[in-house]
Write a protein that binds this ligand. Sequence first.
Ligand code: C5P
Length: 229
Amino acid sequence: APQWLIVPAAGRGTRMRAACPKQYLLLGDAAVLACTLARLHEAFPEATLLLCLDGEDQWFHESMVPFARWQRLDGGDERVDSVRAGIDWLAAHAHGDDWVLVHDVARPCVTVADLHHLMDAIHDDPVGGLLAAPVTDTLKRQDSDQRIDATVPRQGLWRAMTPQGFRYGVLREAFTAAFEAGFLMTDEASGVEQLGHAPLLVTGRSDNLKITHPEDLALAARILSAQQD
Ligand code: C5P
């Protein structure tokens, strides 16, 4: 099991066009944030959670956190800045070979089985890996008129999801190097790749969706209720 969980939850969710950030919309009778944390806690009850929230968050309540050990941190302007708050906090708390799992709050449908599957797959690894799914759609590159310029072979292409699990020392080095180089990481793996490592792609369920657009909320609700059957 990982010692540490970092959950970036400081997004404002503007693409959802909702009255509150998407992590506080309701999935059934609980907020997305509470659903995501419940899954993580079910899989790894002993881990310490670092929850990165917007400093002006008006919706968070401590009752949404099931972990015995957790810490609230201030997130930043971009996802990478929010995760970095967790990485920096860990400097005084983690060992270099500790496992850190980073999981987007907007992915409440990750299953306990996939969370365990990821840790089983990487636990002897010196670097780490992430849940991912092979691309199934045919991929097109557009030209400047939004017409098809080319069909991109999907052979060997994956969708990167979260959690992404890395040794603390590797993650720290990746963040330091990326910030020095001005390289914008959209996930942890991309920073680790820049160091020359090759993170493991661990096949996860394709229904581990990231709630992004308004229609995703109802879809997530259906996925969760189907998983409970
Ligand atoms: O907006 P998007 O879905 O790409 O965000 C991915 C994750 O990063 C979400 O969990 C969101 O809350 C988080 N995030 C953050 N700080 C930001 C922007 C996004 O923690 N400034």
